[in-house]
Design a protein around this ligand. Structure first.
Ligand code: BGC
Length: 711
């Protein structure tokens, strides 16, 4: 259906809203955080309220269900274990999912998230996270997909579609430019609309078109001085105006500053105990009475919510098993899918011939990273408790509202156990890596050493730079000196600086690899699985190579007003490094395999957009998956760098396949806010079929027509 067209959901929403009292209307426009809170009595909640991130009263007499909201992108969360014994599939980081470059995998993850949410009685999932991973220090990048609008938009859109296919509304967030966590409530992101439309907003636009989420969540921060949850520009003009988004905008929890946010496009106040007032209750009613809030706008707010409920199937009679489930459901399906995402999204960054380990390696030192405890997960509202619970929870501490959640949580099973199973001919000894001397001594007497390096990252906090904490660099350097066969496995939510890179043989980026992560890591090291992940973020040599040499707000007291500027503009990630001529440590799109791929036969045609066909062949000796990447490299001779299409292919040894791709024309265009149009300059467009963003690849060229389109 074209945006703006009237359908059954609109009709149902309009009719239902017309039968409501104002009291009922307003009751749909604000929710509570349904968790134990000082001054909030959970026992007063209606019987259908499932403890979790949010609850909004329904209107039962009109068949309008309550909204029962849960976080989010990496699994159905259970904050503080508020639902006793309820665990859920804990997926790897979204960065790992995006590293698969596999939209079908994103859809399947979305489906499992939707099913597991529904099993517990939730009908709104507060994910996925679409913000571009612009800064390698953002504590929440593990919840986001990538630095690229196309990859992020496509993967998020598929995830949303998967969730909603299960009858659960999905919410894309945090709209927009929540690119850092430091002082997120007082941060002002300064970026002009043209640039914003070509970057973060384009990721949201693609995700929304593809997935048609029922809801969008506004961000905590401001953009150009306007609070995102009360931004006329972002909500009224872009989201609802230009894109004709028919669903509703909910606030982030504690991000509403007044009832007037309703005039600027906010439809619902979430987690209202976290705000100074329940603005979207009494004050909104007063505004209606005084004429400040037009009645049409009140109807519009309500209808948007009703429309999404109907469109996603929340108003259809529920099947008998659908609601109220509190059972410990450990679907094997979730376990298998978490494993598949880890296997597909772990990136082999470097391999000087050591991996997969061969049978000559009979003694293995495993060092650090609590590899006998589990694998690390990212923290904050996305923290998911996997089946069997956490193997360790270690408080980290700190200041501010999120400090109590600052706890390292580790998932089993453990790398040591999984390596024992996967590398059966080797004996394994473990050293915690606390003292470089001990680690070095163990490494010296083994055939190979694997150092696990984990860095805890989470919502509410950024990391000040991208080095490894707790003296880990020294441990790696000493181990590498003692043993030429050293492998480093990173468990982080962001890129890592690697001063020891030249002295180690192999490096694996495992992200936060989820509940089956240790198995996937061990299988890749042993060669049972052929690695296929490709970096969804550039790994710079050091954080100061990134657009902001220093973290904005570093060291300032909590809630100090902080301005974030974006010298990279729309050139987030690899485009910044290309523009500046800064060589990254590992480029976007990079990832090694145990087989080899040859790309050939590039044919490019132009016209209204760029279409390309080419062949990918597996020229090695084992099955593997490649992510073919097509980049725009110049327009009329002026250099550009932009991923315009990608395709993951899985091929047996000697097999080849023909791939056809088409570029979204917005990726060839610039946006003109005054004309509210995209425009393609027209002329000669050069492209490269490449292994990654820094690879010259195979060149092609096409004539693209000048044209204007869109809104
Ligand atoms: C986060 C959101 C989350 C909400 C509810 C907020 O702190 O920013 O992403 O959905 O809490 O838990």
């Amino acid at each position: 259906m074209a945006p703006g067209e009237i359908n059954d959901s609109d009709r149902w929403a309009a009719e239902t809203e017309a039968h409501m009292t104002d009291e009922e209307r307003v009751s749909l426009l604000h929710g509570v955080m349904n968790l134990p809170f000082p001054g909030f009595d959970m026992s007063s909640m209606p019987a259908d309220a499932v403890p979790g991130a949010g609850y909004v009263h329904g209107v039962p007499r009109l068949g309008v269900p309550s909204l029962r909201e849960t976080d989010a992108s990496l699994g159905v969360t259970n904050p503080d274990g508020v639902r006793p014994n309820d665990t859920a599939t804990a997926f790897p980081s979204s960065l790992a999912l995006a590293a698969s470059f596999d939209p079908t995998l994103a859809r399947r993850v979305g489906e499992v998230l939707g099913r597991e949410a529904k099993q517990r009685g939730f009908n709104v999932l507060l994910g996925g996270g679409v913000n571009l991973a612009r800064d390698p220090r953002n504590g929440r990048n593990f919840e986001y997909l990538s630095e690229d609008p196309l990859l992020s938009g496509v993967m998020a859109g598929e995830e949303v579609a998967g969730t909603q296919s299960q009858g659960v509304i999905s919410t894309v967030k945090h709209f927009s430019l929540n690119s850092l966590e430091t002082n997120r409530l007082t941060a002002n992101a300064v970026l002009d609309l043209k640039t914003h439309r070509e970057s973060d907003l384009l990721a949201f636009e693609i995700a929304i078109e593809r997935g048609q989420p029922g809801a969008v969540m506004g961000a905590y921060n401001r953009v150009n001085g306007e609070p995102c949850c009360g931004s006329d520009t972002l909500l009224n003009k872009v989201l609802k105006g230009a894109w004709k988004f028919p669903g509703w905008v909910m606030s982030d929890w504690g991000a509403v500053g007044g009832w007037e946010f309703a005039l600027n496009g906010l439809d619902q106040q979430s987690g209202s105990q976290l705000d100074r007032r329940v603005w979207f209750d009494g004050p909104l009613k007063d505004a209606l009475r005084d004429g400040g809030l037009p009645r049409d706008r009140l109807s519009d707010m309500v209808r948007r919510i009703l429309r999404s409920m109907h469109a996603v199937g929340l108003t259809a009679p529920a099947p008998p098993h659908a609601h109220g489930g509190r059972a410990v459901v450990v679907p094997e399906e979730g376990d298998a899918l978490a494993l598949e995402v880890a296997r597909s999204g772990i990136v082999l960054l470097k391999n000087d011939g050591l991996l997969p380990l061969d049978s000559k390696i009979v003694s293995l030192a495993v060092i650090g990273g609590r590899a006998r405890t589990g694998v690390l997960s990212g923290g904050g509202s996305a923290q998911t408790m996997p089946p069997g619970g956490w193997t360790a929870s270690i408080p980290v501490g700190g200041e501010g509202p999120m400090a109590s959640l600052r706890v390292e949580r580790w998932f089993g099973s453990t790398p040591v156990r999984e390596l024992t199973l996967a590398v059966q001919n080797a004996s394994i000894e473990y050293d915690p890596g606390a003292y470089p001397e001990d680690a070095e001594a163990l490494a010296r007497r083994c055939d190979a050493a694997i150092v696990f390096a984990a860095r805890h990252e989470m919502e509410g906090f950024d990391i000040p730079n991208i080095t490894l904490p707790y003296g880990k660099d020294e441990v790696i350097a000493r181990v590498a000196k003692a043993n030429p066969n050293t492998i480093v496995v990173l468990e982080t939510g962001n890129p890592v600086a690697m001063p020891w890179l030249d002295s180690v043989k192999a490096v694996i980026a495992a992200w936060y690899p989820g509940q089956k992560g240790a198995q996937a890591i061990a299988e890749i090291i042993a060669g049972k699985v052929n690695p296929s992940g490709r970096l969804p973020m550039t790994f710079p040599k050091q954080a100061s190579d990134s657009p902001r040499p220093e973290l904005p707000g570093l060291g300032a007291r909590q809630w100090t007003p902080t301005t974030i500027t974006y010298p990279e503009g729309a050139d987030a990630g690899y485009r910044w490094y290309a523009r500046k001529g800064i060589a990254p440590l590992f480029p976007f799109g990079h990832g090694l395999s145990y087989t080899m791929f040859a790309r050939s036969g590039l044919k490019v045609s132009g016209g209204d957009t760029i279409r390309a066909s080419f062949t990918v062949a597996n020229t090695g000796a084992r099955e593997g998956s490649d992510a073919a990447q097509l980049y725009l490299t110049s327009i009329n001779g002026s250099p550009e760098k932009r991923l315009i299409a990608f395709k993951r292919v899985t091929l047996g040894p000697g097999e080849s396949t023909k791939v056809e791709v088409e570029a979204d024309p917005r990726l060839l265009a610039h946006y003109h806010p005054d004309a509210q149009q995209w425009s393609i300059a027209g002329g000669s467009y050069a492209v490269a079929l490449a292994a990654d963003a820094a690879d010259a690849g195979i060149a092609g060229e096409a004539k693209v027509d000048a044209r204007k389109f869109g809104a």
